[in-house]
Design a protein around this ligand. Structure first.
Ligand SMILES: [Zn+2]
Length: 197
């Protein structure tokens, strides 16, 4: 499902590499020592890879596999792995997304739902916005009867900097349409509840 980006923008790699070399020096490291010689370039490429969502269009991803279908029960894709970068500290946050929608004549490929998560998580983010962006693009593109999104994630900026208890999980959710009704929302939450901590 996930294709590793093999080519990197040369100019972007050059500029980032120079900056990371300066960063190493500013941190008191010696960029000339053996273990660090190629580090600026590696980091430059890694950062381009983990922010490649900027070059993706979530609407296009969903539209690439639309099918007319009369199925009108809840479609649930749960435990979608996600890795993102908090925009305040540029440190990773990671966890799982659970996404459900009730089709209104149109469904999409299940893998496209996971791909949408990648599109929005592989960029600088806050978990709240990520949750809403996923909901909005599914609502706008599939025009379903409703969408539910729950994301549980652990933030390294909290864990590594010791601001809060280690291993705490942040849960965010967003709902539209039928998911605003208690009954539908409860069914969705029940289906994913054994995953919630
Ligand atoms: Zn942060």
């Amino acid at each position: 499902m996930y294709h590793k980006k093999e080519s990197y923008d040369g100019e972007c790699t050059r500029i980032l590499s120079e900056n990371y070399r300066s960063t190493l020096e500013a941190l008191g490291e010696d960029p000339e020592r053996e273990g660090l010689l190629k580090t600026p370039e590696r980091v430059a490429k890694a950062m381009q890879f983990i922010t490649q969502g900027y070059g993706m269009d979530a609407g296009d991803i969903l539209r690439s596999a639309l099918f007319h279908e009369s199925y009108s029960e809840m479609v649930l894709v749960k435990d979608i792995e996600l890795y993102s970068l908090c925009e305040h500290h540029m440190l990773p946050f990671f966890g799982k997304a659970h996404i459900a929608y009730i089709p209104n004549g149109i469904i999409t490929g299940l893998s496209k739902i996971a791909h949408v998560v990648e599109c929005f998580s592989r960029r600088l983010q806050v978990q709240e916005r990520l949750t809403h962006q996923i909901l909005d693009v599914i609502q706008e593109t599939l025009k379903p009867l409703g969408v539910g999104v729950v994301i549980e994630a652990q933030h390294l900026c909290m864990m590594m900097r010791g601001v809060q208890k280690q291993n705490c999980t942040t849960t965010t959710s967003a709902f539209s349409g039928q998911f605003m009704k208690n009954e539908t929302r409860s069914e969705f939450l029940k289906l994913i509840s054994h995953d919630l901590t």
